[in-house]
Design a protein around this ligand. Structure first.
Ligand code: HEM
Length: 547
């Protein structure tokens, strides 16, 4: 009898220990908070889920619990996950309290390895009350009075539609077109094995983006070693973020980071600023105003390059995969682009022809272009919109979309709040029955009129006062490369008899666009029917507004 009781008593002790630990490690849950989702394995189930599935875990839970917002308890903390557009909009409206700022500070400390002084400057006025006192207008348009918001205001100002963005695009296009040409003209570089599509795109987008921002003349990325160093940092992003023995745990990333910082110190020391874009000049001015050292300015540039490159490069890769893997879509895009560039048909003369293409005009003539790119960004987005709750606050869904009308939820100070794009991007209540399929016409103006999707449901560029300031530049860059490629080249996978197979995807910690698990090797060939064109010039010049 006593022997029978041993396992029962053992199980009771385990249950008691788990119960006590649960009480001790998990924070109490107020009924006004979003519903609590209990993990299958007590205490650490959600942590295991997140480690195993990455941000996909949020979608898995969202699908099971079907709540507009829910709470995941983790040891000594809690995470609120928001999936309804109405509540996302509510968080965006309170973005000073449900804040992105603490992550900017952590990024400055862990990845940019900023000095204590600069990290302190970044963490000043987290609630942006100084700004409020002056009567701010929100997403960077305000007159702010601390380093972090003022830097973001400069980022928004320098990339808003207008002369500064046009200047960035001028250089980006010139540089992208030149670097695309250099590989096409170099048969040896392509070889029989072709080029790795995502790797190749990353190479020319890295150069185009940084030429635009830092100026072609002194851009540190002219040195391939600096580009390699940058991408080594990105590869080791998570390990560097731990701040534990980086030279040992992440030797390539750590070496790359030092090399990057050196290159950027030299850039400023050798007068790089004079040839830089307005974006870099405006940032420099703000940094100097707040007493950031030259050493730290060079470190902050690692942040600029991360924001500039890590999403745009894979987004261009996916855009080309989607365009070329669907013959009917490719034919339609090509028909529209050809018609806009050669209204009288492809040049047939014996003489060589120079062609200038204004991509802005092409995009206006062919709305499918932007609709298609937005759809690529919808399905390939994996943004987390991570926030930290700085004060207890009540979120009111306000009946604004998502269908759960007007419920209120308390979120507590000190908690993580995420608004991952994946669940909301695949929600049939928002996008209709085709939510999970790829539809390049989804964002055409006439389709948008048919089905009103709340603005807060398209999360590719985030929202609130963390809304991506580079979104206009990114969209223009992606559309431009698409036009250049579709107009000029045929792309064919080297393997599987030329059949396109979409690469599997995975999440990478630094990016909000999914990463391909494996690259795909392609052959790039100029279109035969345009052989007469010997010189191409691509520009993005906004047309005069219509009367
Ligand atoms: C396809 C390309 C891009 C995607 C998908 C993307 C996406 C995002 C997302 C999701 C966020 C966070 C928003 C949030 O949490 O609500 C963000 C922030 C940011 N992005 Fe982008 N981005 C892209 C390109 C760019 C470019 C070209 C730049 C130019 C420098 C840029 C600069 C930034 C900056 C500085 C922030 C931080 C904003 C802040 O702290 O307030 N991004 N981006």
């Amino acid at each position: 009898m006593a022997l029978v009781l041993v396992p029962i008593a053992g199980a009771a002790v385990v249950a008691l220990v788990v119960f006590l630990l649960d009480r001790l490690l998990n924070l109490p849950h107020d009924p006004q908070e979003p519903p609590l989702v209990r993990p299958k394995i007590p205490l650490i189930g959600h942590v295991i889920g997140l480690l195993r599935h990455g941000t996909r875990y949020y979608s898995m839970i969202a699908e099971e619990c079907k709540q507009p917002i829910f709470t995941l308890g983790v040891p000594r903390g809690k995470m609120y996950i928001v999936t309804s557009p109405g509540l996302i909009a509510a968080c965006d409206r309170r973005s000073k309290v449900v804040s992105f700022a603490p992550y900017v500070v952590e990024f400055g400390k862990r990845i940019l390895a900023g000095s204590e002084h600069s990290v302190r400057l970044l963490s000043e006025d987290l609630l942006e009350e100084k700004e409020e006192a002056k009567g701010s207008g929100g997403d960077g348009s305000s007159s702010s009075s601390s380093l972090r918001p003022e830097t973001m205001a400069a980022m928004h100002r320098s990339q808003a539609p207008g002369e500064h963005l046009d200047a960035l695009m001028r250089v980006a296009l010139r540089s992208a077109a030149t670097h695309i040409d250099s590989i096409i003209g170099d048969a040896a570089a392509q070889g029989a094995a072709g080029v790795p599509l995502f790797g190749w795109v990353r190479q020319f987008m890295t150069r185009a983006g940084t030429d635009a921002v830092y100026g072609e003349e002194k851009n540190p990325f002219r040195d391939p070693e600096v580009a390699e160093s940058f991408w080594a940092v990105d590869r080791d992003f998570a390990l560097l973020g731990l701040m534990v023995l980086p030279d040992l745990l992440a030797p390539r990333g750590s070496r790359g980071r030092k090399r990057f910082f050196r290159a950027f110190r030299e850039y400023y020391a050798s007068g790089g600023l004079e040839t830089a874009s307005y974006l870099i000049k405006a940032r420099y001015e703000v940094n100097k105003k707040y007493g950031v050292s030259d050493e730290d300015i060079a470190r902050f540039d690692l942040g600029v390059c991360t924001a500039l490159l890590v999403n745009t490069a894979p987004a261009v890769g996916w855009t080309l995969c989607h365009a070329y893997s669907d013959r009917a879509l490719l034919a339609e895009l090509r028909r529209g682009i050809d018609a806009a560039v050669f209204p009288g048909g492809a040049p047939q003369t014996a003489a060589a022809v120079d062609v200038t293409v204004n991509i802005c005009e092409v995009a206006e003539a062919l709305p499918l272009l932007e609709s298609f790119v937005r759809e690529v960004l919808r399905v390939q987005s994996n943004s987390a919109s991570a926030r930290f709750v700085l004060r207890d606050t009540v979120l009111d869904e306000g009946g604004g979309g998502g269908g759960a009308g007007g419920r209120r939820y308390l979120v507590k100070a000190g908690s993580f709040l995420g608004m991952p794009s994946a669940p909301v991007h695949s929600d049939e209540a928002v996008w209709g029955p085709t939510a999970r399929s790829f539809d390049p016409t989804r964002f055409l103006p006439e389709r948008q009129k048919e089905r009103k999707v709340p603005a807060s449901a398209w999360r590719t560029f985030g929202g609130g006062n963390a809304l991506c300031p580079g979104r206009h530049l990114a969209l223009r860059e992606i559309m431009s490369v698409l036009v250049i490629m579709v107009l000029r080249f045929d792309l064919e996978p080297c393997e599987d008899g030329g059949r396109w197979e979409m690469p599997a995807k995975r999440h990478h910690i630094s990016t909000s666009i999914l990463t391909p698990v494996d690259d795909i090797r392609v052959r790039v060939r100029p279109r035969k029917e345009l052989a007469r064109v010997t010189s191409w010039n691509f520009v993005w010049e906004p047309t005069a507004p219509k009367e």
